[in-house]
Design a protein around this ligand. Structure first.
Ligand code: AMO
Length: 441
């Protein structure tokens, strides 16, 4: 019987190992990204897991015809690693032989191997399985990986336990307007709009928890910031003294994430010319004050005293950056009417909540705040709002049997990524977006 001992020996090297092999012959695998024919030789760009490696084909050295190489073929090259001062890496790969593992059936319907995929957003998304192979397109999601790795690292170092909560749920946490209904063995169920109830319950268990997972919103509008499925970065923490502790934790988390990206994602940041924000101190301003400030500075009329218009978010960010240099701004004390039933109201004024949004480069990327932890208070508020308590029995169980003061936040991963990369549409930072018109790929 064969046994597996967990050891993987490969005959190919990775680009990261090439430096150690200067003057030697190696085997390396990848896809043929681009062939650039020159006079008497050709540049062959090999797309590997993270890098595009430049190889040189010349008839004298290569024991095969250049015609054997087709773009998007998967190959194993045998090549000589030759020291070359003029190359950015300090070496060049001279091709000696090729083993073709697979060839594409057809040429790509879209040019993917130029600097940018020059097509509409629609096409970019329609052909995602291949357009993502473009160097810059795939760099977006490598950076997104860096964001979640950085967040995980920070939260783990700060005593948060990672949880995985159900996405098929019995009742909605964020109000009924944008909830997806599904059939569930003869009963009605919903797709989770957020892990809100579960992360709160788990504070009663682990004190500090987090989850990075998909959530679903049946948003009917087709905008540049709404998706019907997005990745929510949630954390929730117990024994807080005020909701400011959550904003402080988010500030530290964002600072740590930018440091993490700088340390481990330099190639992608450079490729996409990303300017990382400086996260030293993030200003916080009350909702009403922010509304009035924008109205005054930009001579605008306040149409809605309960919410921000997207344009106001942009203007506020512009203003705060001018005044303080920060590209982030916390807006606090949102009106109770616009916050969910679990939001804690301020002791001095029940019209506003102990909650906040974080705006970044003109867009809301986070909502958070302190929650009601007293059973009596939570039930009273739900009754006041005319909610059907029987739908929330399992949620209220934690309040009934004792909870510490707690709060947390939810950050939209795609929104954060897109703003970090200076993109205008959240879909660009979504691997396979789901919107009102898109269910494929
Ligand atoms: P909220 O509903 O404000 O709060 O969502 C939190 C964050 O999620 C992102 N977001 C979206 N991103 C893309 N498409 C959407 N349709 C979409 N809707 C929301 C935004 C937003 O700031 N439970 C609370 C969070 C909490 O208090 O812990 C919640 O879900 O970036």
């Amino acid at each position: 019987m064969r046994t597996m001992n967990g050891e993987i020996t490969k005959r190919t090297v990775t680009p990261e190992q090439l430096q150690e092999h200067i003057g030697e012959q190696v085997q390396i695998h990848g896809s043929i990204y681009k062939i650039r024919k020159m006079r008497g030789f050709a540049f062959v760009l090999l797309r590997t897991a993270r890098q595009v490696v430049q190889c040189i084909y010349s008839e004298e050295k290569a024991g095969f015809s250049l015609d054997e190489l087709v773009e998007e073929s998967c190959v194993i090259f045998t090549a000589e690693v030759v020291a070359e001062e003029r190359s950015r890496t300090g070496y060049e790969l001279h091709l000696l032989s090729v083993e073709v593992l697979s060839k594409p059936e057809e040429a790509s319907p879209i040019v993917i191997n130029n600097k940018l995929v020059d097509t509409s957003l629609e096409n970019l998304l329609n052909y995602r399985p291949i357009t993502l192979r473009n160097e810059k397109e795939r760099a977006i999601f490598k950076i997104q990986e860096g964001i979640t790795f950085g967040i995980r690292k920070f939260l783990q170092e700060n005593g948060f336990t990672e949880i995985h909560s159900p996405k098929i749920v019995y009742s909605g946490a964020e109000g009924g307007a944008n909830i997806f209904r599904i059939g569930y063995f003869g009963r009605e169920a919903y797709l989770a709009q957020s892990p809100q109830f579960y992360k709160q319950m788990m504070v009663g268990v682990y004190e500090r928890v987090f989850e990075i997972a998909p959530v679903f919103r049946a948003e009917k509008h087709d905008t540049s910031r709404h998706l019907n499925e997005y990745t929510s970065v949630d954390f929730e923490m117990g024994y807080i003294e005020s909701f400011e502790e959550i904003m402080q934790t988010e500030t530290a988390m964002l600072r740590s994430v930018t440091e993490y990206l700088k340390a481990y994602y330099e190639p992608e940041l450079t490729l996409l010319s990303v300017t990382l924000p400086t996260v030293t101190e993030i200003p916080a301003i009350r909702f009403l004050e922010a509304k009035e400030l924008v109205a005054k500075e930009y001579r605008r009329e306040i149409k809605d005293y309960e919410d921000f218009e997207p344009e106001e978010e942009k203007l506020l960010c512009e203003l705060i950056q001018k005044k303080t240099g920060s590209e982030f701004v916390f807006v606090t004390h949102y009106p109770s009417k616009k916050r969910p039933f679990y939001a804690m109201e301020s002791a001095e004024n029940s019209e506003v909540t102990e909650s906040f949004d974080l705006l970044f480069r003109g867009l809301e990327i986070t909502t958070g705040g302190q929650r009601i932890h007293s059973y009596e208070e939570q039930v009273a508020k739900m009754e006041r709002l005319g909610m059907n308590l029987s739908l929330f029995e399992s949620y209220l169980m934690m309040h009934k049997y004792g909870m510490p003061p707690h709060g947390g936040l939810g950050l939209g991963l795609e929104r954060f990524t897109s703003k970090l990369l200076g993109q205008e549409n959240v879909r660009r930072a979504t691997l396979f977006p789901r919107d009102t018109g898109r269910l494929e790929p």
